[in-house]
Ligand binder design. Sequence first.
Ligand SMILES: NC(=O)c1ccc[n+]([C@@H]2O[C@H](COP(=O)([O-])OP(=O)(O)OC[C@H]3O[C@@H](n4cnc5c(N)ncnc54)[C@H](O)[C@@H]3O)[C@@H](O)[C@H]2O)c1
Length: 388
Amino acid sequence: MKKIGVAVIGTGAVSAIHVQSYLGTEDCELRVLCDKDVRKAERLRESMGLAGVDIVENTADVFAREDIDAVSICLPPALHSSVAVAALRAGKHVLVEKPMASSLEECDAMLEAAKESGKLLAVVANQRFDTPAMRVKRMLDEHTGGKTLYATINSIWWRGGNYYDLAWRGTWEKECGGCLTSHAVHHIDMTAWTLGMPRRITAFLGNLAHDNSECEDYAIAVFEYPDMIAQLTANILTHGGDGEQGLVFQTEKGSLSIPWRTVSNKPLPNGFPEEDEEAHALLQSRYDALPEVTVTGHAGEIGNFIRAILGKEELIVTGEQGRNAIELIMAMYKSAATHAPVDLPIAKDDPFYRRESMTKAMPHYHEKYRFVESVENAPPISFGRMSK
Ligand SMILES: NC(=O)c1ccc[n+]([C@@H]2O[C@H](COP(=O)([O-])OP(=O)(O)OC[C@H]3O[C@@H](n4cnc5c(N)ncnc54)[C@H](O)[C@@H]3O)[C@@H](O)[C@H]2O)c1
């Protein structure tokens, strides 16, 4: 069978996990690395022993190659949409890193290009590719615990002030947001994936400890659904936060948590709780019976991307789902900027639909004053709690 020829565009911090994942996936062959700074691509090629892989400086040179069928876009967020649209129009399948794009307008341009080209558009949501996430999603879909009443989403991380020295980070123009677009987007994606889209959002944002960033370093939000509430806490201020991230769904029969935990209560005669062993056994046995995810994180998602191109599986994280996460983030920005609840969906004539009008409406919590183009000799990056 002909192998799917792959290029990785952008060879910075996240690219190594894409390379490693393609190398570990059957039916594909990594053929090109692309970076405007070719020294970075060369270093990656050397460090990963990729002697036969070509290096190109311009994305147009990737798109012109007939032996490239699919690309991973690992560029700063403000470039995601234009590069994805060009790739799709050149007939390439696209896997784009999170956040999908900087605005809903850009997401829609990508979705349109995918529709016109008939090629796949996938968005990285590596945290979904883990056993607890996939099993709890199935249990929510099946209503194993009955109705979901309340959900708490903790997207808590810790990043130092110098995290924002990298030139594109911490700017409305290039990163298009702070902890919501860079970090919490993982858990926001999982919220929309598990619970669907809320009808209204109220959010409170600010920046308490990252003075080299224009954007938020914390957010607290409430998502209103017709018969349910979800509450999001997102920040990069929590010491040891990577180990405490998660989503907890309170269903009628018990709680379902990612990472996995389940607790069931029933009332004593005075209304205080005691353990409901029967409900607990029901939830635990369903969890145990569901399939295990053996290939996790980026490797799991890239495997699905390649098999979806070959028509062997359904694509798990679609462009439409990537857009949902951006819509939730834009609603939180609008709520914070206007000090008011925001109804969804966000209309095309709303200032929070477009990048320029959104960034103009948002407060600059600080003015950025340190800029480095590249962080040399940096240790490997972390991918959050659910990464191995
Ligand atoms: N899924 C995850 O867990 C995860 C983790 C980290 C980063 N990311 C995402 O990956 C993306 C990249 O982040 P990063 O940390 O690797 O950034 P980075 O700055 O380390 O790397 C970006 C690379 O893109 C190159 N580049 C910039 N403009 C270019 C152009 N026009 N043409 C070719 N190359 C160009 C830069 O030279 C750089 O090497 C971001 O969207 C980020 O949010 C995802």
